[in-house]
Design a protein around this ligand. Structure first.
Ligand SMILES: NC(=O)c1ccc[n+]([C@@H]2O[C@H](COP(=O)([O-])OP(=O)(O)OC[C@H]3O[C@@H](n4cnc5c(N)ncnc54)[C@H](O)[C@@H]3O)[C@@H](O)[C@H]2O)c1
Length: 339
């Protein structure tokens, strides 16, 4: 299988390393708006540096990975979809909802095979958490991503990254949805004070409350004021059960006491690529987050960001009618629109 990459930055290099480690995958090439970045990646992992997406597509890839920063999503996906090529997109799938809804609509119309880089879903401890929660309704979820500002220039700009909730905490929100179901309403506050980084205009800290369709409630905390990654994960409470889930393991406490199951985040990062490759080759069907599923996580992350920005609650669409349609105002409830 010949794979092309759009974007040659940090995450593209990881995918190139993982993919070229598979015996059945060859790197066809890479394109980047910074040609030297594409050349450097091709020099390390093989394949060609292409001038643009059209040139890459003309070389006939079997699949394309779109690994650009949040603000740059849209045109590459449209070209890949028009060419009918299976597509893996890094999270977040866009900086806004309009782009994500548009791409999701095009993917659906074309019936295209897609995958999105929410690799946490491939942690075996996530499967274990689902098993433990199968017969016990979740009462409360507390998610957190407490970290530093990552060393990429676009990250601290709201119009470039979408902010910490959209860019980073989206991994946690994706698991919140998986384990506790859909969120119907969020209320969030940001501190309105950017982290001490040049050009920053994002909130340093955000606190949100979540109301789930099931009746459960939850919180999300996001921070980028540290100089280290402090904690990323979630706590889940059900009757007589407390789960503490992070990328490196799951702690379970119930009537039998406490036990810890370690997890391997690198294995999950390999598994997400393996599952996509297998699906494209027709050798498997374990893509856990296709584009339409990532769109729901994107809606939730943007609802939190919107509420923090406006200071008002934001309602989320739920049920089948919510598929591929923008959120609508619940005027009776007096909540704001997330469209
Ligand atoms: N799933 C994960 O674990 C994970 C890990 C790291 C990053 N990411 C995500 O991947 C995305 C990229 O992050 P990164 O760390 O690689 O960023 P980066 O800044 O290191 O790399 C982005 C690259 O994209 C290029 N680029 C920008 N616009 C482009 C365009 N229109 N066409 C082609 N190339 C373009 C840039 O020149 C740069 O080389 C982010 O959304 C980030 O959240 C996901």
């Amino acid at each position: 299988m010949r794979v092309g990459l759009v974007g040659a930055g940090g995450v593209a290099q990881r995918h190139a390393r993982v993919l070229t480690g598979f015996e059945d995958v060859e790197l066809l090439g890479v394109t980047d708006v910074a040609p030297q970045a594409a050349e450097a990646l091709a020099g390390t992992y093989g394949g060609r540096a292409f001038g643009d997406v059209a040139e890459l597509l003309a070389a006939g890839p079997d699949a394309v990975y779109v690994c650009v920063p949040p603000f740059a999503h849209g045109p590459a996906e449209e070209a890949v979809i028009a060419a009918g090529v299976p597509m893996f997109v890094e999270k977040p799938v866009a900086v806004d909802l309009e782009t994500a809804e548009r791409i999701a609509g095009l993917v659906e119309r074309r019936g295209l095979r897609t995958g999105v880089g929410h690799h946490w879903r491939y942690l075996h401890v996530v499967e274990e958490a689902r098993r433990l929660l199968a017969d016990r309704p979740v009462r409360m979820v507390n998610g957190a991503w407490l970290d530093k500002v990552p060393p990429v220039a676009w990250w601290a700009r709201r119009d470039r990254s979408g902010g910490p909730v959209v860019e980073q905490a989206a991994h946690v929100l994706d698991l919140v949805r998986l384990l506790a179901g859909e969120v119907t309403e969020v209320t969030a506050y940001g501190d309105g004070t950017p982290p001490p980084v040049d050009g920053a205009d994002i909130d340093s800290v955000t606190a949100a409350t979540l109301r789930f369709a099931s009746g459960a409630v939850g919180t999300l905390a996001a921070a980028c004021v540290l100089t280290w990654k402090h904690r990323a994960g979630l706590e889940i409470l059900a009757d007589g059960l407390a789960l503490s889930l992070a990328e490196d393991g799951l702690t379970i406490r119930d009537a039998d006491g406490e036990r810890h199951l370690p997890a391997d985040p690198d294995a999950a990062r390999v598994a997400v690529d393996r599952a996509f490759v297998d699906a494209v080759r027709g050798a498997g069907d374990d893509v856990r987050v296709p584009y339409a599923e990532a769109l729901r996580t994107q809606r939730l992350a943007l609802a939190v960001a919107e509420s923090a920005r406006t200071g008002r609650p934001v309602a989320l669409p739920t049920g089948p009618a919510a598929r591929l349609t923008a959120a609508v105002a619940d005027a009776d409830a007096g909540v704001s629109v997330d469209a």
